[in-house]
Ligand binder design. Structure first.
Ligand code: ADP
Ligand code: MG
Length: 249
């Protein structure tokens, strides 16, 4: 008989190790993410947070251990990589929109070229998600004409147009002016309430407390501590976690 807990797991990371040359950047990472779960990863700069989530859609290659997304193992098999990339959306610190394309075209280019979606349908979907992130009126502008907060909301909408099963966020608000952080976090909270599975690298602890089931601290390539938000923030175990929290809270 199937173990129901296993059925519920969408990302499995087992004994993951990665090196950049001689530098051991990820050390024996084990992580299981269940469907609809929200995980927040924090930790000092250089601890490997970006590398870890970039491995999940193969923007970085790992050398040892396993990454399995929705029953597909990430190996050098290009078909598997493509399949996983369609299931895993990613939002970066620096939006990464195409500057020479309109907002609407930024959202339709993936579905039209990768998914072979008819243009009209892709545009309808794009408008649906632009409405969702409350920015539909900007559809015909170019990224450079929008504020950072607006561009980041466009980047989230663009990812959603590919109908991902999991969304990865790598410090999505850390390049924004303070007054724009909330508009982006609001969209992410809404997405979480709709049931999206999310891994979010962020130091926005208010967001972590509101949304996450589990918060993790990465340090020197390891997941040093993991707990529910209340215990993580109120009763951190490791000195490193206490020190890190004392610096950001
Ligand atoms: P974080 O996101 O936690 O700040 P990163 O995953 O970006 O950490 O980086 C972890 C470590 O790996 C850092 O010491 C960084 O300098 C190093 N690193 C990141 N990318 C590369 C790369 N492409 N080549 C070599 N070293 C890298
Ligand atoms: Mg990073």
């Amino acid at each position: 008989m199937n173990d129901t807990r296993q059925d519920d797991v969408i990302i499995q990371i087992q004994s993951l190790n990665k090196w950049y040359g001689d530098f051991h950047v990820l050390k024996n990472i084990n992580l299981e993410v269940r469907k609809q779960e929200k995980i927040v990863i924090c930790g000092p700069s250089g601890s490997g947070k970006s590398t870890l989530i970039r491995c999940i859609n193969r923007l970085e290659e790992h050398q040892k251990g396993k990454i399995i997304v929705d029953d597909i193992e990430l190996t050098n098999n290009l078909k598997n990589i493509e399949k996983i990339r369609t299931e895993v959306g990613m939002v970066f610190q620096h939006f990464n929109l195409f500057p020479h394309l309109s907002i609407l075209d930024n959202l339709t280019i993936g579905p039209i070229w990768v998914r072979k979606t008819p243009k009209k349908e892709a545009e309808e979907t794009a408008m649906f998600y632009l409405e969702k992130v409350k920015i539909a009126e900007q559809a015909n502008k170019f990224p450079g004409q929008l504020s950072g907060g607006q561009q980041q909301r466009v980047a989230i909408a663009r990812s959603l147009c590919m109908k991902p099963k999991v969304m990865l966020f790598d410090e999505p608000t850390s390049a924004l002016d303070p007054e724009m952080v909330k508009e982006v976090l609001d969209v992410m909270v809404q997405l979480s309430e709709e049931g999206m599975t999310m891994i979010v690298v962020t130091h926005e602890m208010g967001f972590a407390k509101t949304v996450a089931q589990r918060v993790m601290l990465m340090d020197e390539g390891m997941i040093l501590e993991e707990n529910n938000p209340t215990d993580f923030f109120e009763h951190p175990e490791h000195e490193r976690t206490k020190f890190f929290l004392s610096q950001i809270l």
